[in-house]
Design a protein around this ligand. Structure first.
Ligand SMILES: Nc1ncnc2c1ncn2[C@@H]1O[C@H](COP(=O)(O)OP(=O)(O)OP(=O)(O)O)[C@@H](O)[C@H]1O
Length: 535
């Protein structure tokens, strides 16, 4: 017997009869409870044909859960769904796809060992053969302006490129309802604009779009209706173009996000230095690094801007110690050669902490609890026989949950049970709380709501005030501008000269992202050009 609630045919039929054109999607009273949390609490939602409808809400508000219910990946405890006027219980993603519903998930669902084309084919109705898929793929790639080789193995792709594969996978199905759960979190501004053009064209052809994002300017640019959710309940349905950031934030988090504090930078000794680093790519689709020179001083926040896939992964691996192929003196930490030291040694000897861009699988073990996930990077003290105290782990996890406002059932909650933004807050909290001397972060505010993003930025600036050297790799230029004292730009495996924030503009950084920077004049301040400004 089905455990799903049965749709209430009578009330749906009555309400639909009154409508000349039924809604594409109508949800009534959707409720989903997990142990200790009501993720959706009686949600009503109406999406018209050809409408681009935003879903906005704080981290853990219940947005992804609701989308998974529509896609048949999660069964609701209560409530009913009507699609194109017909009441229906969507019991599986396969059934959803047959109805014409496609979904781009926040956490990628891709197989690392398969190619791009194989991954896309796996998600399709098997009546579409590989050849047809190739044609659709080329079509969609051309429309979207994606140039990802279909034969590339997934593990060679950056997160930005993976995001594009997820989007492409949905577009090839020509859906009637397309659900996008934070699709632009790791796309460049240019890729976002191409995506928006595609989405607007799709909507004009009658496809309805449900669009989840924390980026208010994107919602305003793309959507004319926005349902705001908080703590599993609908707080309002508004036209986002008629709302200010402050009024949307008030609906969503009950307050306006704090402004990022002003900081007076007082950089000290060089903490991290990379000298003439050349590294050949480690796999066919990687990027060779050419003559990379960079440095970050204690107390400084330095950013690396660039379109993903231009060598960021390779550079981050060489800096964090995941890749130890560099010569010893090519990576220097506090004046000591460290290129051959691995991640653990760099953490233990130099207090270097690293937040990679993949939250699940690399920054955390999805099946392990939050408390256990602390052990990945935090050397919590052990007893005389080497035992780790579960109480100490639990207390530390609870401390992070409280300090960083992580919405989780407790320290025992598995990492994969957290909403995307809450997991990001936990990971950032784990590394910031370690009080590192060097912190290297990829995409620090990926998927977090406006309030949490402001909180994370404030913590990063406070760390720098305490003397930490902070290096941020991000595709979000605005974020880099807000946080950083200096910027580098990475393009095609090469790093630009250092650019003080005061001399940076969006246009200049955009130009540099294509590799078009002027070569600096050779001078005594060649490796540390800002020294001249400091003295
Ligand atoms: N499989 C699960 N097991 C236990 N709890 C879960 C599970 N999935 C979601 N939750 C909980 O349900 C709540 C809503 O999560 P959901 O992922 O829907 O939030 P969200 O609004 O999408 O957040 P974010 O903006 O961070 O992605 C959270 O408290 C989350 O921890």
């Amino acid at each position: 017997m089905s455990t799903l609630p049965q749709p209430d045919h009578e009330s749906f039929e009555l309400s639909q009869l009154e409508e000349p054109t039924p809604a594409r999607l109508l949800l009534q009273g959707i409720t989903k409870k997990y142990p200790g949390v009501v993720a959706n609490d009686g949600i009503d939602l109406r999406v018209e044909r050809g409408q681009i409808h935003a879903i906005l809400g704080e981290n853990g508000a219940g947005k992804s859960t609701l989308m998974k219910i529509i896609y048949g990946a999660v069964a609701p405890d209560e409530g009913s769904i009507a699609f194109d006027g017909a009441p229906i219980a969507i019991r599986s993603p396969q059934q959803a796809r047959q109805l014409g519903i496609a979904m781009v998930f926040q956490h990628f669902n891709l197989f690392d060992s398969l190619t791009v084309a194989e991954n896309i084919w796996l998600g399709q109705d098997k009546s579409m053969d590989r050849e047809m898929l190739g044609v659709h793929l080329d079509e969609a790639a051309a429309v979207f302006g994606l140039n990802i080789e279909p034969d590339r193995p997934m593990h060679t792709l950056s997160v930005g490129e993976r995001q594009k594969v997820e989007i492409l996978r949905s577009l090839v199905t020509h859906p009637k309802l397309l659900i996008l759960d934070e699709p632009t979190s790791v796309l460049t501004p240019q890729a976002v604009q191409s995506l928006f053009q595609v989405l607007k064209r799709l909507a004009q052809s009658g496809c309805s779009i449900l669009y989840i994002s924390h980026k208010l300017h994107e919602i305003r640019q793309l959507c004319d209706t926005c349902t705001v959710i908080s703590q599993g309940q609908v707080r309002g349905v508004v036209n986002p173009r008629q709302e200010s950031d402050a009024s949307l934030a008030r609906l969503m988090i009950g307050a306006e996000p704090p402004a990022t504090p002003q900081r007076h930078s007082s950089p000290k000794e060089v903490a991290l230095e990379v000298n003439a680093l050349h590294l050949p790519k480690s796999h066919t689709y990687g990027m060779d690094l050419h003559n990379i020179n960079l440095h970050v001083r204690a107390g400084e926040v330095v950013g690396i801007a660039g379109i993903s896939g231009n060598g960021q992964n390779e550079l981050l691996q060489a800096l964090s110690g995941e890749d130890t192929r560099a010569a010893h003196e090519q990576v220097v930490l506090f004046s000591q050669a460290a290129g051959k030291k691995n991640t653990q040694q760099r953490r233990a000897e130099f207090d270097l902490h690293f937040v990679p861009e993949e939250r699940l699988g690399r920054a955390t073990v999805p099946s392990m609890s939050l408390a256990q996930n602390l052990l990945l990077t935090r050397p919590l003290s052990r007893g005389p026989l080497g035992w780790i105290s579960p109480r100490q782990l639990r207390d530390k996890a609870l401390h992070l949950i409280r300090t960083f406002n992580v919405k989780a059932a407790g320290s025992h909650a598995a990492a994969r049970s957290l909403s995307g933004g809450n997991l990001q807050k936990f990971i950032m909290g784990r590394e910031i709380d370690a009080n590192p001397k060097v912190l290297i972060v990829a995409q620090p505010t990926w998927g977090v709501d406006v309030g949490a993003a402001a909180q994370i930025r404030t913590h990063l600036l406070q760390l720098a005030e305490k003397g930490c050297a902070v290096l941020i790799v991000s595709e979000e230029i605005e974020e880099l501008f807000e946080l950083c004292d200096r910027l580098y730009v990475i393009s095609n495996g090469q790093l630009s000269p250092s650019l003080p924030r005061a001399q940076a503009s969006i246009e200049k950084v955009g130009l540099w992202m294509s590799g078009l920077w002027e070569q600096p004049a050779v001078s005594q301040s060649q490796t540390h050009p800002e020294v001249a400004t400091m003295v």
